[in-house]
Design a binder for this molecule. Structure first.
Ligand code: 5MY
Ligand code: ATP
Length: 492
């Protein structure tokens, strides 16, 4: 990229989250990722450069080690002409969702990250000109806390995502509770994974987006996509899964296409990444807590039928979901056990603020930072060192609980040998695929008190909701008496 000759007309709005905004080049497979801030809260250019450089370093030195080389794209920090950034900001403003406009793109520093466009690149080695489908999943936390510091009994039974759904609906963030439960997706059990993926397709919220040739076609919009839009989605997907057969349109076709998508995604999610290089670390051998969530409609249905819900096949150790779960489980103490350790670090920093740098609270995220994360000790010896290690591990775990998985699929031409590229078969086609992980910015130290407060709010709200519903109907809040759970077990 020639940063000297930048033309805003060559870039288009691509998407955004809470902290960054992404624009994509209209021809080349690259994106620019800008930081966002509340109005009038812009930081000094040097600070922004350092923040972005920290993101890149953390990705290279820590996340590549934990997730594997092939799945992580660290990118680089670039300096752009301020005029270009200002014009770009004006150009994309109308395309931004209103709910994200509480923050503005940083137009003052001129710094951004340049990354491969994962919605258009099949692998980072090839620039392809064939159709490409890309599914982005934000799976969230896939385990129930196993820490003995947990005081709320509910947290041992119901996962955070399912509890949080109730608070999100109550505060108006989403209209209805999703049937998706991360524990189903992470189970490694195909039936549960199909159910989880189908639930994401039914209620995408901010957990699912689908791009075709780099363009968003499903999810990620203000007006929520749902089953009502499946026939349109199926129309987009049909050439990928039924390339040469004239499958008629209509509900039968829609169901067939969605079924193929769900099956293919499951296979890809269970496939190995970085086969050549086994990961050098393990956080926890297998989830020590319960492996099902009592609020998951799937698990509830099985237990209604007297089937042992703890039974599951487990994830293959070389797949990305397994690696994600391992990193998430660096949170061994839960926020309830972590918070007192955070307070210990905080007290020390109040007394010795100049030590913040030595303790690597805001970086540098180098090899030494990574090595300290591998310390698996669980005995608190009362030291600052123990507290600091747990705090840093928690921040990394929280990052993995909020990252997204990007699955790119592209049809194999008839009789084509895929070469080095992995292939997933669907019933009427073969697709090459790649899997990546994105949004791996280390969560800030400062967010820990917020996590602690939010955790309490989520559990208290959910417990009250369960109580209220129990009192009214003698059934848990997620199910009304007339909701037939057998419906949920239809094969996809
Ligand atoms: O706390 P959560 O689980 O609601 O996660 C936040 C996300 O909400 P979600 O529940 O996924 O809709 C939230 O996503 P949205 O802005 O709601 O799309 C952010 O990802 C937030 O991270 P950060 O503060 O921007 O670094 C996330 O905050 P962190 O907790 O990861 O810091
Ligand atoms: N390298 C990439 N290639 C293609 N699309 C990308 C890339 N990076 C980000 N995106 C898109 O931009 C969106 C926003 O990016 P990202 O998740 O990094 O934002 P964020 O503000 O850090 O998120 P959060 O709300 O979780 O803090 C993503 O959901 C994804 O759709």
């Amino acid at each position: 990229m020639d940063e000297g000759k930048m033309d805003e007309n060559e870039w288009g709005y691509h998407g955004e989250g809470n902290k960054s905004l992404v624009v994509a080049h209209v021809q080349r497979c690259v994106v620019l990722r800008f930081l966002k801030f509340h109005p009038n809260r812009n930081k000094a250019s040097e600070e922004i450069f350092q923040h972005l450089q920290n993101i890149v370093d953390f990705s290279k030195n820590v996340m590549k080690e934990l997730f594997g080389e092939n799945c992580v794209h660290s990118g680089e920090v670039v300096q752009l002409p301020l005029d270009f950034v200002k014009q770009l900001c004006l150009k994309i403003q109308t395309e931004r969702p209103e709910s994200r406009c509480d923050k503005d793109l940083d137009t003052l520093s001129g710094y951004a990250m340049c990354l491969p466009n994962l919605t258009r690149l099949q692998t980072h080695h090839f620039v392809e000109h064939r159709p490409i489908l890309c599914v982005e999943i934000k799976p969230k936390c896939g385990f129930i806390p196993f820490s003995s510091d947990v005081t709320h009994e509910m947290k041992h039974k119901v996962c955070r995502y399912c509890m949080h759904q109730h608070l999100k609906v109550a505060t108006g963030k989403w209209k209805q509770i999703s049937k998706y439960c991360p524990l189903d997706l992470y189970s490694g059990n195909k039936q549960r994974m199909h159910f989880a993926l189908k639930s994401l397709l039914q209620e995408a919220q901010n957990n699912l987006k689908i791009f075709k040739n780099g363009e968003l076609i499903y999810g990620g919009k203000e007006v929520q996509d749902s089953v009502a839009n499946w026939s349109e989605l199926a129309h987009h997907l049909k050439p990928f899964f039924f390339p040469s057969n004239g499958l008629a349109s209509g509900p039968h076709c829609t169901r067939a296409v969605i079924r193929e998508l769900v099956h293919v995604l499951t296979q890809v999610l269970l496939s190995g990444t970085d086969k050549s290089r086994p990961s050098s670390w393990r956080a926890v051998p297998s989830p020590p807590g319960p492996q099902t969530c009592e609020a998951s409609p799937f698990s509830r249905q099985l237990s209604c039928q007297g089937i042992n819900t703890a039974e599951q096949s487990g994830l293959p150790k070389d797949c990305l979901l397994y690696k994600t779960l391992q990193v998430q489980m660096l949170d061994m103490l839960d926020i309830e056990g972590l918070y007192p350790l955070y307070s210990r670090v905080e007290r020390y920093l109040q007394e010795f603020p100049e030590q913040r740098k030595t303790l690597q609270i805001d970086g540098p995220y180098n090899e030494a930072f990574y090595q300290k994360l591998l310390d698996g000790s669980t005995e608190d010896d009362g030291t600052l060192a123990y507290a600091l290690t747990k705090v840093q591990q928690y921040r990394v775990a929280m990052t993995a609980k909020d990252c997204s998985i990007m699955i790119a699929l592209s049809p194999c031409l008839q009789d084509e040998s895929p070469g080095q590229k992995p292939v997933v078969p669907s019933s009427k086609s073969r697709l090459t695929f790649s899997v990546s992980v994105l949004d791996l910015d280390l969560k800030p130290y400062e967010s820990i008190p917020h996590q602690y407060t939010l955790d309490g709010k989520i559990v208290n709200y959910y417990s009250k909701a369960v109580h209220a519903k129990d009192a009214a109907t003698a059934t848990p809040p997620r199910f009304k008496g007339n909701e037939n759970c057998t419906l949920l077990l239809h094969k996809v």
